[in-house]
Design a protein around this ligand. Structure first.
Ligand SMILES: NC(=O)c1ccc[n+]([C@@H]2O[C@H](COP(=O)([O-])OP(=O)(O)OC[C@H]3O[C@@H](n4cnc5c(N)ncnc54)[C@H](OP(=O)(O)O)[C@@H]3O)[C@@H](O)[C@H]2O)c1
Length: 306
């Protein structure tokens, strides 16, 4: 099969588009023919070698954790899917080796979920990691309710856009910090936009003088500390992008039931994945450069040939 691989750590320049052996299919796995694979900032960070303390890389590495595709074959222990089924998966493993920037990927059946019927391949591929992360933050950690006013830093990014919609679905009022160019998009999703940067706290306080009751940070780099006075004293706060002794950091988990739920609410029209840009698989380096700008305005997605 054709895949994007890297043989050493580095930036987009280490990515190579080449022929590699097809993945092997073990007893309880599903072979997926990839129709679309989404990028995430973690792909870029791990490729740069920033995950070496917690994740081993077995070179050559095929990056990528998010796929949508068609079941090509199933292992003899699998009765949940048959060839031809349309599926999505968060394919993260404990090692970096068999990723989603490829024509085929073999995935343990417990990580495979049916694709949302009404969404495109690109939208579907854009759901797993950001969806699982947003759900873990908004529903499982902050436990947002209709009484909340939620502030989301990075509301226009992959995680933020889904988190903001989940918070709206929970009945909360949602303030989304984003660049001006993304404010119209946020308004269409029922989110009240506010521009980030100097003066953010004052702008939030103008909208919510009593302070926000819950905060999700999808930006990091000290954002929570710098904006703490926008929050009510008893606000619940967490981050998906920062860590430290006073920070509740949330990490996505492999939770197929949650992914199934998110796919369902996409089909019900309650959740939209915004695809900012798609690239052919062989142009993964340019796709990474677009995502690394941190202003892509939604998901960046690769489409394999055929
Ligand atoms: N913990 C986990 O499990 C987990 C999972 C997924 C992601 N993450 C992390 O969460 C973060 C966001 O991921 P993502 O996929 O949403 O990234 P993304 O799609 O690239 O979004 C980046 C966001 O940051 C905003 N931003 C850029 N520069 C900014 C600045 N100077 N000040 C304030 N906001 C700024 C962007 O706003 P504009 O575009 O409007 O400028 C955009 O909303 C990354 O650090 C990623 O590694 C963690």
């Amino acid at each position: 099969m054709k895949a994007i691989v890297y043989d050493r750590f580095g930036g987009p320049e280490v990515l190579d588009y080449r022929e590699v052996p097809d993945p092997k299919l073990s007893q309880n796995s599903v072979l997926i023919r990839v129709k679309a694979a989404a990028l995430n900032p973690a792909d870029i960070a791990l490729q740069a070698g920033l995950g070496e303390t917690h994740t081993s890389a077995w070179f050559p590495v095929i990056p990528g954790w998010d796929v949508a595709g068609v079941v090509d074959a199933v292992g003899p222990g699998v009765n949940e899917f048959v060839p031809g089924d349309e599926v999505i998966s968060y394919i993260r493993e404990e090692i970096l080796h068999h990723g989603g920037y490829a024509e085929l990927v073999a995935v343990p059946v417990h990580a495979v979920v049916r694709k949302p019927v009404k969404a495109s391949w690109e939208e579907s591929a854009g759901l797993p990691l950001v969806g699982l992360t947003a759900y873990r933050a908004i529903v499982q950690t902050l436990a947002v309710t209709p009484q909340d006013v939620v502030l989301i830093h990075g509301a226009s990014g992959g995680v933020g856009l889904l988190a903001a919609q989940l918070a709206r679905n929970a009945g909360a009022r949602v303030i989304g910090a984003a660049a001006m160019s993304n404010h119209d998009l946020l308004r269409t999703l029922g989110i009240e936009p506010v521009e980030y940067g100097d003066g953010l706290v004052d702008r939030v306080r103008q909208i919510v003088p009593e302070g926000v009751t819950a905060v999700l940070d999808c930006v990091g780099r000290g954002t929570l500390r710098a904006t703490a006075t926008a929050n009510r004293a008893d606000a619940r706060v967490c981050s998906v992008a920062d860590a430290g002794p006073e920070i509740v950091t949330v990490f996505a988990r492999q939770e197929p039931d949650v992914l199934r739920h998110l796919a369902k609410i996409m089909d019900d029209g309650e959740l939209r994945v915004i695809v900012a840009q798609t690239f052919p698989l062989r142009e993964a380096a340019n796709a990474q450069r677009t995502l690394a700008s941190r202003h892509s305005g939604g998901k960046v997605v690769l489409v394999p040939p055929g």
